[in-house]
Design a protein around this ligand. Structure first.
Ligand code: ADP
Length: 320
């Protein structure tokens, strides 16, 4: 059974259809990246999924339980880290997590265990007595995640969990999210494309309230690298010669001796043979993995102009 089933979700603000018929499933083991530019409808959808905002149309089921009809029951399986974590900075970590455990109606006799377990899982074991306000932002974010998992929900929803953290803190929080992904289904809302690429098993791109793309991450990266190679040559020929000799459709010079080539007519082996036969000084030849950022931009561009195949688009600056 899917952990979350969302069917045709719609939400208006006045006349504006901010979320416009969204449907998806979250399965056990999924870390689902919910990706889109600012204003796309991510937060509105998150708020509906966590029972904080009522949809105007559609259905949300959490482990088979209708969130609108049985909110209390459905919410026992949801943990939520909003973009602004609801931390009481004058509390110690222990005080705060105890309070959250009570809010989640954890039985009195179980509270201590639940707090210790959540702290353990979030790397907070040594800081229970520290005031939250005195912790670094990275540790405060760990506390935010600990409150989201304290009642051992099956589903965790994280809204922009690494915004405002420094690179080391980002790495630590990402490692924590990956670990949590072993035991929970996770929905991760973000506008940071590399974050989705690093963490997620699936990606859904939302734009103007609608899903414009959904894919399995591994499949997406594999499929999008077909026919693209990076090649480094010590004595590169002219680009014209490269085209003709190696039967290549497209060449882009990406460094003094480095090229990104695309071919539909030949194989990596043939390119290597041509480089050796012509003494180009082959140093490196490998498949080119396109980043999600490039794919996102390509998809948006190819939406606007469907005559151009994805491969012919020129990557430009990220818009998300
Ligand atoms: P995202 O999280 O992807 O940035 P939001 O869900 O916050 O997008 O917003 C989606 C759209 O709904 C935007 O056009 C935004 O301006 C609008 N919107 C969001 N919240 C409100 C609100 N409380 N009142 C009116 N419009 C809103």
């Amino acid at each position: 059974m899917s952990l979350v089933v969302v069917d045709n979700l719609v939400r208006y603000y006045g006349d504006h259809r901010a979320v416009d018929g969204i449907s998806f499933n979250l399965n056990a083991g999924d870390i689902l990246g919910f990706l889109g530019p600012n204003g796309a409808g991510k937060s509105t959808t998150m708020q509906m999924l966590t029972g904080n905002l009522a949809p105007h149309e559609g259905e949300i089921r959490i482990l088979g339980v209708d969130l609108l009809d049985y909110p209390k029951q459905a919410k026992t399986e949801i943990g939520y880290l909003p973009e602004q974590p609801p931390l009481y900075k004058e509390n110690t970590v222990d005080e705060y997590l105890n309070y959250c455990a009570h809010l989640h109606r954890i039985e009195k006799g179980q509270v201590k265990n639940a707090v210790e377990l959540a702290k353990d899982r979030c790397g907070l074991a040594g800081v229970g007595r520290r005031l939250i306000g005195n912790l670094s932002k990275g540790f405060q974010q760990r506390v935010g995640i600990a409150q989201a998992i304290i009642h051992s929900p099956k589903v965790i929803i994280l809204d922009e969990p690494t915004v405002g953290l420094d690179p080391n803190q980002i790495r630590e929080i990402r490692e924590l999210i990956l670990e949590l992904g072993n035991e929970h289904g996770i929905i991760l809302s973000t506008h940071i494309l590399p974050e989705v690429q690093t963490l997620c098993t699936r990606v859904q791109i939302i734009n103007q309230g609608k899903f414009v793309y959904e894919a399995d991450m591994a499949e997406l990266l594999n499929r999008s690298s077909t026919g693209f190679y990076e090649i480094d040559l010590l004595h590169p020929p002219s680009i014209d010669t490269l085209y003709k000799t190696a039967d290549i459709n497209k060449v882009e010079q990406i460094g003094k001796n480095s090229f990104l080539v695309h071919t539909t007519n030949t194989t990596a082996e043939n390119i290597a043979n041509a480089a050796i036969a012509n003494n180009w000084g082959l140093i490196r030849l490998c498949p080119h993995q396109r980043t999600l950022e490039q794919i996102f931009i390509d998809l948006t561009l190819s939406d606007a102009s469907s005559q151009h195949p994805v491969e012919d688009q020129t990557p430009s600056e990220a818009t998300a």
